[in-house]
Design a protein around this ligand. Structure first.
Ligand code: AP5
Ligand code: MG
Ligand code: ZN
Length: 217
């Protein structure tokens, strides 16, 4: 299964991706996580991406397209993949289509997680992520068993630097201007699978799996 997870910041892409990738045994490819890893390791890519991410702006298309194309040539993606946070602009979507076509592959579905903007701010300001394994928590709706410590690997839970109110607002504005047009793009190609993301994490997950199984039959 070759999947894309679409949705505004805080919709639950990362949360659902952790589970979907286990369910279908496909690698979870998050461009945001790749950039955060690069920043942590002080690579040249990290240095390029950092200023855009800190401001809540998108990293330029040519950089992102390059790293995703590179990632999708790795053998673990041959049996399927789950893209989280890519594509995020129409040129990125077109580049992905072209790349897949050239490699005799195509997308199975684009899951669009829909959530009202007011809910998104609350989700992002209360989010905590594991600095070691990337697992996602929320202080109110999904707390870890021990405060500040990851349930899965006992890593430290941190507050993402772009999860401050002013940056969140800009990320939402950038989403509406640059990423929302992809909803229509994928609707037209018949790949869009809209999901109501305002319900409990488990309910959202059950619906996604049910819909994907229907589509895969
Ligand atoms: P990225 O890391 O992709 O961030 P994002 O799109 O802003 O999305 P988030 O990770 O913030 O939200 P999410 O949907 O994953 O929600 P989560 O599951 O964590 O990108 C960061 C930056 O990198 C960008 O701003 C850009 O600069 C750059 N970048 C990345 N990709 C790029 C690209 N393709 N092109 C250009 N630049 C790129 O959930 C959020 C919170 O809500 C959590 O606390 C969670 O516990 C909680 N929650 C989740 N689901 C529910 C639910 N159903 N009910 C209650 N709470 C819930
Ligand atoms: Mg995420
Ligand atoms: Zn962890």
């Amino acid at each position: 299964m070759n999947l894309v997870l679409l949705g505004p910041p805080g919709a639950g892409k990362g949360t659902q991706a952790e589970r979907i990738s286990k369910e279908f045994q496909i690698p979870h490819i998050s461009t945001g996580d790749m950039f955060r890893e690069a920043i942590k390791n002080r690579t040249a890519l990290g240095a390029q991406a950092e200023k855009y991410m800190a401001a809540g702006e998108l990293v330029p298309d040519e950089i992102v397209i390059g790293i995703v194309a590179e990632r999708l040539t790795q053998p673990d993606t041959a049996g399927g993949f789950l893209l989280d946070g890519f594509p995020r602009t129409v040129p990125q979507a077109q580049a992905l289509d072209k790349f897949l076509e050239e490699n005799g592959r195509s997308l199975t579905a684009v899951v669009n997680i829909e959530v009202d903007p007011e809910i998104l701010v609350a989700r992002l300001s209360g989010r905590r992520v594991c600095a070691t394994c990337g697992a996602v928590y929320h202080v109110a709706t999904k707390p870890s068993k021990e405060p500040g410590i990851c349930d899965l690997c006992r890593g430290e839970l941190i507050h993402r630097t772009d999860d401050q109110e002013a940056t969140i607002k800009n990320r939402l504005a950038v989403y509406h201007a640059q990423t929302a047009p992809l909803v229509q793009y994928y609707r037209e190609s018949g790949l869009l699978l809209p999901v109501n993301g305002e319900r409990a994490i488990d309910e959202v997950y059950q619906e996604i799996v049910r819909e994907l199984r229907n589509r895969d039959r």
